[in-house]
Each structure stands twice: as C-alpha cells, then as structure tokens.
Design a protein around this ligand. Sequence first.
Ligand SMILES: Cc1cc2nc3c(=O)[nH]c(=O)nc-3n(C[C@H](O)[C@H](O)[C@H](O)COP(=O)(O)O)c2cc1C
Length: 337
Amino acid sequence: MTMQALTPDELRLLAEAGGAAPSLHNSQPWAFWPTPDARGLCLSADPQRSVPLTDPDGRALHISLGAALFNLRLAALHLGREPAVRLLPHASDPHLVAVLDLSQPGADPQPYGRDLYRAITQRHSSRQPFANRDVPEAVLGELMAAAVDEGVVLSALEEDGVRRVLSLTAQAERRTDADLARMAETRSWLRVEQPATDGIPQAALGPQDHEAHVPMRSFTGRPSSDAAHSQRFEALPQLATLTTRADLPADWLRAGQAMQRVWLLATVEGVRVSVLHQAVEWPDTRWGLRDPAEGPGHVQLVLRIGYGPPGSATPRRPVAQTLDLSGMRNTSEGGEP
Ligand SMILES: Cc1cc2nc3c(=O)[nH]c(=O)nc-3n(C[C@H](O)[C@H](O)[C@H](O)COP(=O)(O)O)c2cc1C
C-alpha cells in the first residue's frame, strides 16, 4: 500500500520535529521541503548558517543535520509512515544531505521501545552542575546499544579516560578563549538581550566550574575564577565519546543521528546531557581524544551525562522559515515512488 501525499499540516509537524534538534551554537543549519510527489521530505544544509571558524569542514554542521534527521525519522513514525532514508543522494549536491521516502506505512510507531518522539520537546542541553551520582551500568548499556544500532560507538569512559578527556578539553578551551576571531564568532551566537529565534539565550548558559576541572564552554569568555558566575561541579563527571570508523560527511550524519537517539533515550531515563565539543574543534586535541585501546576511529563528540536540572528551552526558527512549501524543487529524488 502506498500512502497518500503528505498534507501541509503533516509537513509542518515533520519540520517542527526536525527543527527541534540540537545544533552547534543553536545555529539550526537546515532547510526542509517536500519531494515533488509530496510523499517524502528533503533535508538540506543551509550554508548561510554555518559557523566557519569553529567548524571549517562542516563536521559539526553535519552532526546537527544528523540530529534533525533522527527527529524526522521519529516524526514520520508518529505519522504512521516508515522512513526510508537515503543519505547524500547526489554527489553533485552536497547540501542535500538526505531524502526520506515516506510513501510506505510504518509497521511499529515506537521501534525503539520508548516514546522518543515525545522526548523531542523535553530534551535540552543541561549546562548546570550534576549530582555526584553514578549513571547505572544498565542505563549506560542501553545508551551504548542505541548508538551501535545507528552504526556509531558510544564509549562510557572510565576514570583515566575522563581525566584525559577533561585535560584535552581544558587545553582546547584555553586555546579557543585566546583566539579573538573564534571568540567573536561564538559571541555572535549569544542572544543575551533581545528575544531571538536562534542562538543561545542567557537562561540556557550555565556557570563555570569553580574548581575548573569540568571545562564547560565559556560562551562569554568569562574565566572560571569569576566567583559570581561559578559553582562547584560534580567531582568526576561521567563522560562518553561518540566514535565513527571513517570521518566523511556520511559518518558525521550517522554520528548526529546516534547522538540524538542517545540524548532522547537519556531524556526518557531522566538523565541529563551536555556537549563538550571544544577538544574536537582542534586537530591535535581531537586526535588525543581517541582511546588507543579501542582501535582506530574518529571521535565526533564528547557528551557529559548525569543527574541534574533539565536545562532550559532554547528558541527555534518558525517553521515558515525552515519549510519551503512554495513548490516542487527541481530534484529528481522526490519523484521516485
Ligand atoms: C555538534 C554540536 C556541538 C556542540 N557543542 C557544544 C559545546 O561545546 N558546549 C555546549 O555547551 N553546548 C554545545 N552544543 C549544544 C548546543 O549549544 C545546543 O544544542 C543548542 O544551543 C540548542 O540547545 P538545546 O540543546 O538545549 O536544544 C553542541 C551541539 C552540537 C550539535
């Protein structure tokens, strides 16, 4: 059975879900439009929303798009449609990162065992200190299995690994802080005074670690010794890395889908997540993130996971700006059944 064309309301629901994904500095570098037969959806990068000094290769941009893609898959299932995804369908159009064929009915609206669709709006970055409470092995195991299902390895780090990654992150954070152009770029995504539809609002920023052992990204360039804006963080954070075999755009998209699936599952479990991306942004510190015992691979993300406040919601661009319903774009992809 082939499903009906998607209605404008269904397309808006899809774009709303895709657009709720996390992205570097809340840059939201995506655009959506229906395939010409309206039984599918195209997901494209919006190069105007890249963060070029911090992310010169577009790696983080693709991770953000991968996260949006996982949300689109969940929304499609919610609409009773099976998402059949083709990544990077045209070598000649690298901005078109995925085409979802949604023409077939979905067999199971919740194939991941949990209501991850509902968690889309409950998930936030939590940059607050976490409690000194271990994440149970069983939960870590579930998160690792979810990543593997997406073709990505999630490694929950032991104490040695945590200390190594914290030290590399602190090193990268210092380097970024001293780089005036990068800091100006980061600050350009802060939205502390005016209401906005992108970027990071004041309420979503967290304190710095008073003892400077959890190097949270300082979006403002404020040092951790600034007592008014620092707090004591958990003694030994639980960190996890997401690693892919190769380091190409398709791997970045897979890493983004895995990150989002892990993050939503964590949200359902009451576990909070924040991203510590600084060390991935410099080639030498990124290289050091690899655990030699784990064999070859490319670390794409460092996640800090634990128990604490949920974090606050950040704004999103209205669907009218991200979803183009104006007509069928000139792509041969959408016409296929
Ligand atoms: C690739 C990537 C890198 C990120 N790096 C950081 C980071 O280094 N520090 C941080 O606090 N948040 C980081 N974030 C989280 C984003 O700032 C966050 O997703 C965005 O502001 C939207 O907020 P939300 O996650 O609460 O929806 C990153 C997110 C992505 C996808």
